[in-house]
Design a protein around this ligand. Structure first.
Ligand SMILES: [Zn+2]
Length: 345
């Protein structure tokens, strides 16, 4: 761990848009100017007007409501409830950002690096040619709380919560959300999804699930695409006789808890070509895919796209649920009755 940090170098290298996103601020930039509700935890006015503005190119911000202003490092400090005038505290926050976004500065602090093009809404990262899709993460979220009431209140056991690595996140992008680790088919961690724990807080700006966004580091763009893997797919190491496919995370946890381990989810109301190929690769040629969609219009659409893409490769059996029923509504007994292979090892 580095013990020093050059504030000026770091300020020049950090991308303000990245820092804002890191703290969960949705960028709505016009040119180089982002404007929105004040995200600062100590903002003491109302939050009903977009009083906060940030100049992405210059790396500075101000809020007309609470009067806070400063550079992007001071912004980060305020987001972490650190007084920017507290040198030790500011340094700690700066080091955290350096570790995460500019680790190369740690090795060579005084090196003059080529100025990167600053990201704006218009130019965006589009200038950079190729994006890496779903690269493995080089860090893990620390301090997730597995004992939070939300998953327990939905009927999941501590074993299930531990098995899927779920935990409540109290800071950063997934603040106030249940964090769900996501793995590629090789079992490498590629990101976290975050689920709101209080459904009354779901809105257009606060979706039920949040997935990783694009990130940029040393001129490379990293992109997360949930259409390129299956949730829980990595646990099936060699093709099996029966795989159950569902739409969402909670169905995977529920079926697993009821003795059905070979369950995968597409994480959306559509099955992509890549996901269809993956499903087929997890099932023996003479095996079965059991499709269990939610009993609503979105589930119907999901089932159609799944059947179109997977049935050319494997036999698919569609287990139809009653109107407005979801896999998580089924009891262990009902699941046992539906899946005759239930007792297979
Ligand atoms: Zn403010």
């Amino acid at each position: 761990m580095a013990t020093w940090v050059n504030f000026k170098n770091l300020r020049e290298q950090l991308n303000f848009a990245t820092v804002l996103r890191h703290y969960g601020v949705e960028i709505k930039a016009k040119g180089e100017q982002h404007q929105g509700f004040c995200p600062l935890p100590l903002h003491n006015g109302k939050r009903n007007s977009p009083s906060f503005s940030a100049n992405l190119a210059r790396g500075i911000f101000q809020c007309f409501g609470c009067g806070a202003k400063g550079n992007l490092l001071e912004f980060a400090a305020m987001m972490e409830k650190v007084d920017p005038n507290d040198g030790t505290g500011l340094r700690k926050v700066a080091l955290g950002l350096q570790e995460r976004f500019c680790p190369e500065l740690r090795r060579n602090p005084e090196a003059k690096r080529k100025a990167r093009p600053k990201e704006t809404a218009e130019t965006g990262p589009a200038k950079i040619v190729a994006a890496m899709i779903n690269p493995p993460l080089d860090f893990e979220l620390k301090g997730l709380d597995p004992a939070h009431a939300y998953p327990l209140s939905r009927g999941f056991t501590r074993e299930t919560i531990a098995h899927f690595g779920l935990g409540f996140c109290s800071r950063g992008l997934l603040k106030e959300r249940l964090a769900l680790p996501l793995h590629n088919q090789k079992g490498r961690l590629i990101g976290y999804a975050g689920r709101v724990v209080d459904d009354t807080k779901v809105s257009e700006d606060n979706p039920r699930y949040r997935f990783p966004g694009k990130r940029e580091r040393e001129g490379k763009v990293f992109e997360f695409r949930k259409t390129q893997f299956l949730y829980n797919g990595f646990r099936i190491k060699t093709p099996v006789d029966n795989v159950i496919a569902v739409e969402g995370f909670t169905s995977v946890w529920w079926l697993h808890q009821n003795g059905l381990p070979h369950v995968v989810a597409t994480m959306g109301a559509d099955c992509s070509e890549k996901q269809a190929e993956l499903v087929a690769s997890l099932v023996k040629p003479d095996g079965h895919v059991w499709l269990m969609a939610d009993g609503d219009a979105a589930g119907e659409r999901f089932a159609q796209s799944f059947l179109i893409r997977v049935s050319p490769h494997r036999v698919v059996r569609w287990v139809k649920l009653g109107k407005d029923r979801q896999p998580t509504d089924l009891s262990g007994e009902e699941l046992k009755a539906l899946f005759s292979f239930h007792s297979d090892p």
